[in-house]
Design a protein around this ligand. Structure first.
Ligand SMILES: CSC[C@H]1O[C@H](OP(=O)(O)O)[C@H](O)[C@@H]1O
Ligand SMILES: Nc1ncnc2[nH]cnc12
Length: 348
């Protein structure tokens, strides 16, 4: 019965997605004139926000190239505008290493985005984080290989952003306090319901640590066990440099992880394959979309009213994080920076 309901949901989602893609690609306006304060980045299995009404589809050129895909602007039932970007491209044709994160972040910033909720499929490094559970990480360990461009700054214009707290604490608090207790959990037997793991709800106030590896191959068992010994909770290939660039762009950023497998440390389970990841994601995609739609309403309202001050502490922070005297900086570099930070360092 539950299985049939899930299958029906999936079929409905696929049909709606195809319909939407047709509408979006065919006839949506290519411009949107109002600021868009909130963005959602969709990862593996989340290429669309099917519960929202698309109103524009934008192709944005930045000094760092084009984003992974055109950005869809949709409206919620209450009329809030939200931007959606598929991290690996609309048809998932970008390896994690090749995601143009600088262009993605710069394009979102140019729309007026102040906060990002990013979704990601992750492997679980802890027994209690079951496949299909959701996790709100609080820390990141960087296991990428230094081959992804990870800063907007470069030789000639040096800056250092703070990153001790890699996720935005205010945004994280709003998300963890607003996980819906019903709706989001529908379609599951009580004992199979996914858990939403947060530092305070399920981890006694201890950090939930996300390991970000280079990939595209999954980890060896020895690596997976090493990450557990470091206190890793979950693992993916996508949090970095995305989170670092959001910080440099002064955008509040929180990743919501969906566990799809036990990576390779758990010898009583089969090691992770793409089939396992995609299978779990598909089965739970209706759930993920419901969660996204609910959080979009809550966070958009918060941003509009300024209730919690999401992102306010970040505004202006990069202006004071620069080591180079702007007087000696090449004009081309300042022009690039102007795209992200209009008015910070005027081009002479
Ligand atoms: C297809 S499994 C590995 C792939 O899935 C995750 O993608 P995303 O974070 O965009 O959901 C992971 O980071 C890897 O890129
Ligand atoms: N086990 C895993 N390792 C890295 N990225 C993943 N994404 C989903 N599962 C993963």
């Amino acid at each position: 019965m539950v299985q049939r309901r899930l299958t029906n949901n999936i079929t409905k989602l696929i049909t709606m997605a195809a319909h939407r893609e047709h509408i979006e690609l065919g006839s949506l306006p290519h411009h949107f004139d109002k600021p868009v304060p909130l963005a959602v980045i969709g990862g593996t299995g989340l290429y669309d926000l099917p519960n929202l009404k698309p109103v524009a589809r934008l192709t944005i050129s930045t000094p760092w190239g084009f984003p992974s895909a055109p950005i869809t602007i949709s409206e919620t039932d209450s009329g809030y505008a939200v931007a959606f970007l598929a991290r690996h491209g609309q048809h998932h044709d970008l390896l994690p290493t090749d995601v143009p994160s600088r262009a993605n972040m710069a394009a979102l910033k140019s729309l007026g985005v102040e906060a990002i909720i990013a979704f990601s499929a992750v492997g679980s490094l802890q027994q209690e984080i079951k496949p299909r559970d959701f996790v709100l990480p609080t820390q990141i360990i960087d296991r990428t290989k230094g081959i992804r461009p990870s800063t907007f700054f470069e030789r000639g214009f040096v800056a250092h952003a703070m990153f001790g707290e890699p996720f935005d604490l205010t945004l994280s608090k709003i998300i963890s306090e607003n996980v819906p207790s019903s709706g989001f959990l529908e379609g599951f037997e009580t004992d199979a319901r996914p858990t939403f793991h947060t530092k305070h709800n399920t981890n006694n106030g201890e950090d939930l640590t996300l390991i970000c590896m280079e990939g595209p191959q999954f980890s060896t068992r020895a690596e997976s066990k090493l990450y557990r010994s470091w206190g890793g909770s979950v693992i993916n290939m996508s949090a970095l440099p995305e989170a670092k660039l959001a910080r440099e762009a002064e955008i509040a950023y929180q990743m919501i992880c969906m566990s799809t497998d036990y990576d390779s440390w758990n010898e009583s389970e089969d090691p992770v394959t793409v089939e396992t990841v995609v299978g779990n994601l598909k089965a739970n995609s209706a759930n993920a979309c419901k969660l996204a739609a609910h959080l979009i309403e809550v966070v958009s309202k918060d941003l509009a009213l300024g209730t919690s001050g999401v992102g306010k502490g970040l505004k202006g922070s990069m202006k004071y994080s620069v080591s180079t005297s702007p007087h000696g900086v090449k004009k081309e570099l300042l022009e690039k920076m102007h795209f992200l930070f209009p008015g910070y360092w005027p081009v002479q």
